[in-house]
Design a protein around this ligand. Structure first.
Ligand SMILES: *[C@@H]1O[C@H](CO)[C@@H](O)[C@H](O)[C@H]1NC(C)=O
Ligand SMILES: *[C@@H]1O[C@H](CO)[C@@H](O)[C@H](O)[C@H]1NC(C)=O
Ligand SMILES: *[C@@H]1O[C@H](CO)[C@@H](O)[C@H](O)[C@H]1NC(C)=O
Ligand SMILES: *[C@@H]1O[C@H](CO)[C@@H](O)[C@H](O)[C@H]1NC(C)=O
Ligand SMILES: *[C@@H]1O[C@H](CO)[C@@H](O)[C@H](O)[C@H]1NC(C)=O
Ligand SMILES: *[C@@H]1O[C@H](CO)[C@@H](O)[C@H](O)[C@H]1NC(C)=O
Ligand SMILES: *[C@@H]1O[C@H](CO)[C@@H](O)[C@H](O)[C@H]1NC(C)=O
Ligand SMILES: *[C@@H]1O[C@H](CO)[C@@H](O)[C@H](O)[C@H]1NC(C)=O
Ligand SMILES: *[C@@H]1O[C@H](CO)[C@@H](O)[C@H](O)[C@H]1NC(C)=O
Ligand SMILES: *[C@@H]1O[C@H](CO)[C@@H](O)[C@H](O)[C@H]1NC(C)=O
Ligand SMILES: *[C@@H]1O[C@H](CO)[C@@H](O)[C@H](O)[C@H]1NC(C)=O
Length: 403
């Protein structure tokens, strides 16, 4: 047990010497070699003699310039991946065991393409590592024609080892229509370096450790749903449904620079804490209602171990937040903590919205001096842990939905 605890401390938590600009020309503002810098051609096909700095490509790929019919996050340029279109960039790993998180925006150029036309396959391929995820433009969660997403590409180490980031068109009907296909912009890669620290603390309870925000974007970032606590864009939290990572520049953020808005109904986030079996704790958090004309009775479902409770805040669109707490008894050493959108609202322009969560912390009740440690387990260990929780906890309706 002692050894196990030491391993936890070493693996624990950590954060986050984030280094930006790991990707070259991720916003595609460096144009192809033989195009005039101020060309206004909306779609310029790339060829062998007409490549994009920083990237290699194959298949049908266009260089896109924003204009009346194409809206982009930075109003500049982007890449469209047509039939079999793929772009690649090689990243060199550092020797430190690191996690990589990618932020990017996607849109489709032409609204008359058959939906879902803009399907993007993001993969990260190393000699012993492979992760691939598929994204489509749904246009349900924001006011713009483009959407920003984030996914974790995995945890890796290796001095100078090459890993290839690949963005590929995954058009459902691989039609001959090259004007249909995903448009990709503002790709930004972040690197976390797990280090020691954070014993006796709720890791990333303030949600400060997540993907990099896109400058000037007021839309927030949709986090890729994942149950894997070791490979998630929201450090240490599993993500279910549509959850937005939001910044304090454009959203109501109670504490720090970032918070989460659980957008879709039954969308949720969840983490696992190592607590002392049989002890009592108090979970504290801040619930908020969004600032952007979101109206409705917002209900946040909160689960802490065996205890669940709903918290309700009326939203009239102006945004405010309130601190809440929930007492519970840890029935096992591993305790699941979750937040779920039980009921959301809608903005005046019919975008769905949900409760914000921030500043989550935990304290031992009854003046118990109990060490709290959040787990950073290998997936197999984690799976075992989660299965154990499933077995031991009476499943209430909330955990049924979340797990
Ligand atoms: C942009 O294009 C116009 C004509 O199309 C040209 O006169 C001007 O010099 C160009 N500007 C730059 C910075 O290349
Ligand atoms: C690329 O450039 C080479 C020589 O500069 C030329 O022979 C070739 O035709 C060009 N290819 C295309 C597709 O423009
Ligand atoms: C590029 O695409 C062509 C035709 O689709 C394929 O034969 C070739 O293997 C591809 N090359 C790479 C490096 O993917
Ligand atoms: C952000 O917006 C400002 C003002 O609108 C503009 O000058 C700047 O170029 C934008 N930055 C990016 C990265 O789009
Ligand atoms: C889509 O493309 C068609 C034909 O190229 C064009 O007529 C139409 O205006 C485009 N729609 C948008 C929204 O760009
Ligand atoms: C390509 O898409 C445009 C716009 O949606 C449409 O007008 C045109 O008929 C399509 N062409 C083919 C070959 O499907
Ligand atoms: C995404 O692309 C990779 C190859 O780059 C492929 O192996 C994988 O099956 C694709 N994913 C989907 C869902 O098609
Ligand atoms: C966030 O939590 C800390 C300690 O748990 C507390 O001091 C602070 O007031 C909280 N912030 C908000 C906005 O509730
Ligand atoms: C929370 O509200 C939902 C929907 O009204 C209900 O199904 C659920 O049982 C409630 N949970 C608790 C713990 O009261
Ligand atoms: C919205 O709610 C806030 C907080 O309850 C209140 O201060 C404000 O006056 C309300 N605004 C409107 C337009 O009802
Ligand atoms: C919980 O932790 C205590 C002390 O670390 C240990 O004695 C006990 O066996 C653990 N219980 C379970 C169910 O793992």
């Amino acid at each position: 047990m002692r050894l196990l605890e030491e391993i936890f401390l070493i693996l624990l938590a950590a954060v986050a010497a984030a280094s930006a600009a790991l990707l070259q020309n991720g916003n595609f503002e460096f144009p192809p070699s033989n195009i005039k810098p101020n060309s206004s051609t909306p779609l310029l096909p790339l060829s062998k003699n007409n490549t994009i700095p920083g990237w290699s490509f194959n298949g049908t790929v266009y260089y896109v310039t924003a204009g009346p019919s194409i809206s982009l996050p930075d109003n500049g340029h982007a890449i469209q991946l047509g039939l079999n279109g793929v772009i690649r960039q090689t990243i060199r790993l550092t020797s430190i065991y690191a996690q990589y998180i990618l932020t990017f925006s996607i849109t489709s150029v032409n609204g008359s393409c058959k939906a879902p036309t803009a399907v993007l396959n993001v993969s990260f391929v190393g000699s012993w590592f492979y992760k691939s995820s598929v994204f489509l433009v749904e246009g349900k969660y924001g006011r713009k024609s483009w959407e920003s997403h984030a996914c974790s590409l995995g945890r890796m180490a290796g001095e100078g080892d090459p890993v290839v980031l690949e963005l590929r068109s995954q058009s459902v009907e691989a039609d001959q229509n090259v004007t249909c296909g995903p448009v990709v912009d503002t790709a930004i890669l972040k690197r976390f370096n797990p280090m020691g620290g954070y014993a006796n603390e709720f890791v990333n309870g303030g949600f400060e450790d997540g993907p990099i925000f896109i400058k000037n974007s007021s839309e927030g970032i949709l986090l890729e749903p994942t149950e894997d606590l070791t490979n998630t864009p929201l450090f240490e939290w599993a993500v279910f449904g549509a959850v937005k990572y939001v910044d304090s520049k454009h959203y109501l953020v109670p504490e720090g620079n970032a918070a989460v808005e659980i957008v879709s109904t039954i969308g949720a986030i969840r983490t696992i804490l190592l607590l002392k079996e049989g002890s009592s704790y108090r979970l504290e958090f801040v619930m908020g209602v969004p600032i952007d004309s979101c109206t409705g009775e917002l209900i946040l479902g909160v689960q802490a171990g065996p205890t669940s409770q709903n918290f309700t805040l009326p939203s009239n669109g102006t945004g405010y937040s309130k601190k809440f707490s929930l007492g519970f008894r840890a029935e096992t050493n591993l305790t699941s903590i979750g937040f779920m959108n039980v009921q959301g609202g809608e903005t005046s322009d019919h975008v769905i919205c949900g409760p914000l969560v921030d500043n989550v912390s935990i304290s031992a009740s009854l003046r118990l001096q109990v060490g709290l440690q959040q787990l950073l387990l290998l997936p197999s260990l984690l799976l075992a842990a989660v299965l154990q929780i499933d077995k031991e906890f009476p499943r209430n309706s909330f955990s049924d939905l979340v797990i």
